[in-house]
Write a protein that binds this ligand. Structure first.
Ligand code: NAP
Length: 277
């Protein structure tokens, strides 16, 4: 008899994560006998753990802090994982450990779901230059956005992204964001500002074009001050929880063989969990 398929989230320490909630919901909905567990694996045991994923009974894994760069190095990454410089999803295919970074499609598919037509934007403004910004840049460029302006508090990191992603990326100083707002048909916020316990992002959404789309990757709180201000101005928005849910789709499909849906029922389930903690 075949063993039920199982995947896991590997991190250290084993942080509280919404991934089990999401994958268990889909397993139930699709009537698949499978499992998804959290595995606390210290850095010194990580390589051995992923090399023996199949032996341990797993068809794949999500990877979180602090293992994402290591996961990239230990696997055969696709172009997305390479460009982001980190792998968050592993699976075994033809005896090979493969990896991708699903933040790219999580971001893009959520934008498509929330703000169809966003890709008519000739210019996008991305705030931040960390790991999440890399995934956003890869997705925007792959989708054909011609010009992406990047502002980051530490200017060198924005310049490094221009080096990495090429001529469509234009770094500007953090203090010059105001001047870039009137041209930004799409604005994406990827810093940790606006998260619970952090100061809000201080920009005037009134300077964005009237048909601009605003995306915020922060999902605690669900509605950040930035998203609240954008909605009050009647702008279309895409939130961080939507991206989190959409990024989980590919892993599930790779491990369990069916493509799951991001439904309002799933969103409500995860929202309730987020507001509880
Ligand atoms: P990261 O690699 O540590 O980058 C953090 C970014 O925030 C950097 O650009 C940093 O600028 C900037 N920053 C931090 N404090 C700042 C401040 N006080 N003022 C201005 N800029 C500041 O983190 P990350 O992985 O990119 O994650 C960034 C955010 O995205 C987090 O809130 C994370 O939860 C969220 N995220 C959400 C999803 C999702 O699925 N919704 C996925 C990935 C990430 P410097 O370079 O100057 O330090």
């Amino acid at each position: 008899m075949n063993r039920p398929r199982a995947a896991c989230l590997i991190g250290w320490p084993a942080a509280h994560s919404r991934s089990p909630l999401i994958h268990h919901y889909w397993l139930r909905k699709l009537d698949i006998a499978g499992g998804y567990s959290i595995e606390a694996v210290p850095p010194e045991e990580f390589a051995d753990f992923v090399w023996r994923l199949s032996v341990r009974g797993f068809v794949g894994a999500n990877i979180t802090i602090p293992h994402k760069e290591r996961a990239l190095a230990l696997s055969v990454p696709d172009a997305r994982a390479r460009a982001v410089g980190a792998a968050n999803t592993l699976w075994v295919a033809d005896g090979e450990l493969r990896s991708t970074n699903t933040d790219v499609e999580g971001f893009i598919n959520n934008l498509d779901a929330c703000a169809a037509g966003w890709d008519n934007a000739e210019e996008a403004l991305v705030l931040g230059a960390g790991g999440a910004a890399r995934a956003v840049l890869f997705g925007l460029i792959e989708r054909g956005v011609k010009r992406v302006v990047v502002a980051n508090r530490t200017a060198e990191r924005a310049h490094a992204l221009a080096e990495l992603f090429g001529a469509s990326v234009h770094p500007i100083a953090w203090g010059d964001i105001g001047d870039a707002l009137p041209r930004a048909k799409l604005m994406v916020h990827t810093t940790s500002l606006g998260m619970h316990g952090q100061p809000a992002l201080d920009i005037d959404v009134g300077r964005l074009p009237p048909d601009a789309v605003v995306a915020d990757l922060v999902y605690v709180p669900l509605e950040t001050p930035l998203l609240a201000a954008a909605k009050a101005r009647g702008l279309r928005t895409a939130d961080g929880l939507g991206m989190l849910l959409h990024q989980a789709v590919r892993g599930f499909e790779l491990w369990f063989g069916e493509r799951p849906q991001v439904t309002s029922e799933l969103r409500a389930l995860v929202e309730a969990d987020l507001t509880k903690t």
